[in-house]
Design a protein around this ligand. Structure first.
Ligand SMILES: *[C@@H]1O[C@H](CO)[C@@H](O)[C@H](O)[C@H]1NC(C)=O
Ligand SMILES: *[C@@H]1O[C@H](CO)[C@@H](O)[C@H](O)[C@H]1NC(C)=O
Ligand SMILES: *[C@@H]1O[C@H](CO)[C@@H](O)[C@H](O)[C@H]1NC(C)=O
Ligand SMILES: *[C@@H]1O[C@H](CO)[C@@H](O)[C@H](O)[C@H]1NC(C)=O
Ligand SMILES: *[C@@H]1O[C@H](CO)[C@@H](O)[C@H](O)[C@H]1NC(C)=O
Length: 405
């Protein structure tokens, strides 16, 4: 009995060791959606060529770690298996996550379900399907989108594709509308666009502090041709984070072949300065991350954290990679400064944002009004990007500058 007693004692009282020994690790996947909630970087669902997941995982960013042993934790699973959707943190309570759109499947069957919005309370790990007023049924199963949320709780989702059935022709429709969910009233609204605005999927969307949303990369409808680029190649399924000095850093992504599989997966970094609208390619040091598409990214302190993704057609990863954005160095350790100056750490947390452009900072005022939204012309510049402004009609916001490498 004595050895058993010692083992139990050791397991129960050495909780640090307990987690190292017993914690599970998620399997490789891509097309999950992700949101940073305080010190937890959450991942919802995901797919491989064999499985669609309803799992919820998070990385605990409250302590330093080596990327070879990420601090994974699993949370309560989603009611549905899920991929190609988008998620936003409620900026008012900073703890509830809204999952918007996506291809959802009832976990035990192949049928799709009709809910397009799920709500996850990260404090209680509870899932609910909120009632929505004036929901646009055209939005059902809308996927390959990226939502952004402003500080007042308005979620903006542009374009996307629906999903009818693999046995139907076409398998899906593509959209150019702007859908808006106000999570304070749960009222849905849809701004339809003229047909001169192309349908748009598989982009990144980044909300800037001045109320503009910058859409980068992506494609129109089922097209597998992308805007031509001399320096920074056009792409889909990349990631983007916004730094506090107004740079959008993008990583990876892919081009698709005629059957919609990855033809080429990128492993490069490019930076768009949203003050000058000039791209640059920084020189990067450290052991580079591999090619990744349909991965997740978030900015936490000065770290751009990448997780999961497709490394080539039908090959997936569960690794995480970390870029120190102060000097574009890939690092193997995630360091939380020792608590000599906790105030400093909190401040830089507040200014971090994720690939969904969620921003926890209450000091930033995005100033988005109700207004009639019009999506502006696509600027096919090096890698195509364009800008949505919902405060004024049809106003050209910025003309891209010249490439600067
Ligand atoms: C991280 O872990 C790997 C594998 O155990 C090890 O080779 C590497 O030296 C560690 N890095 C640091 C900075 O401790
Ligand atoms: C839904 O889509 C149909 C056809 O695609 C279109 O005619 C209709 O206006 C759309 N409805 C809304 C509310 O956007
Ligand atoms: C696209 O790639 C997939 C997976 O590698 C392959 O099976 C398919 O034949 C390719 N399609 C085309 C049109 O090249
Ligand atoms: C990058 O910056 C970090 C933080 O200032 C520093 O610790 C690290 O040594 C730098 N790495 C290189 C390669 O300069
Ligand atoms: C964070 O953003 C606020 C508001 O823009 C700014 O005053 C503050 O200096 C920023 N913090 C850091 C560490 O740059």
């Amino acid at each position: 009995m004595k050895p058993l007693y010692y083992i139990l004692f050791f397991v129960i009282f050495s909780s640090r060791y307990f987690f190292v020994v017993c914690q599970n690790v998620p399997s490789p996947r891509c097309q999950q959606t992700s949101t940073l909630v305080g010190t937890r970087f959450y991942f919802f669902g995901g797919v491989t060529s064999l499985n669609t997941y309803n799992e919820v995982w998070y990385l605990d960013l409250s302590n330093s770690f080596n990327i070879s042993t990420p601090p994974w934790h699993s949370d309560v699973a989603m009611p549905v298996a899920y991929n190609l959707g988008s998620s936003c943190l409620n900026p008012i309570d900073s703890s509830t996550v809204f999952l918007i759109g996506g291809r959802t499947r009832i976990a035990t069957s192949a049928t799709t379900d009709d809910y397009s919005v799920y709500k996850f309370d990260s404090k209680t790990s509870q899932w609910t399907t909120p009632a929505i007023n004036n929901f646009n049924s055209n939005f059902t199963s809308r996927n390959t989108i990226q939502a952004v949320v402003d500080n007042n709780g308005k979620i903006f989702i542009f374009g996307g594709s629906d999903f009818i059935s693999l046995t139907m022709t076409p398998t899906s429709n593509f959209y150019n509308d702007m859908n808006i969910l106000d999570i304070t009233t749960m009222i849905w609204s849809t701004l339809t666009q003229s047909q001169s605005i192309l349908t748009y999927v598989d982009y990144t969307a980044t909300l800037l502090p001045n109320g503009l949303i910058a859409y980068i990369g992506g494609r129109s409808g089922s097209s597998t041709s992308f805007a031509s680029g001399s320096t920074i190649a056009s792409r889909v399924a990349h990631s983007a984070v916004l730094t506090q000095d107004g740079n959008i850093i993008i990583y990876g992504g892919e081009t698709l072949n005629g059957s919609g599989y990855a033809a080429y997966v990128f492993s490069d970094i490019a930076v768009l300065n949203t003050n000058s609208w000039v791209w640059f390619v920084p020189s990067v040091s450290g052991t580079r991350a591999p090619p990744l598409a349909d991965h997740s990214a978030a900015l936490y302190n000065n770290y751009m954290i990448l997780a999961f993704g497709e490394t080539s057609s039908t090959l997936y990863t569960n690794n995480i990679y970390i870029l120190d954005i102060q000097n574009y160095t890939w690092v193997t350790t995630f360091n939380i400064p020792t608590t000599t100056n906790p105030a400093k750490q909190t401040q830089s947390n507040g200014n971090s944002s994720t690939d969904q452009a969620n921003n926890n900072s209450s000091t930033l005022n995005f100033g988005i009004g109700i207004g009639v939204g019009v999506v502006l012309a696509a600027f096919l510049f090096v890698i195509g990007f364009f800008i949505y402004k919902n405060r004024h009609k049809q106003e050209i916001i910025a003309t891209p500058g010249t490439p600067n490498t």
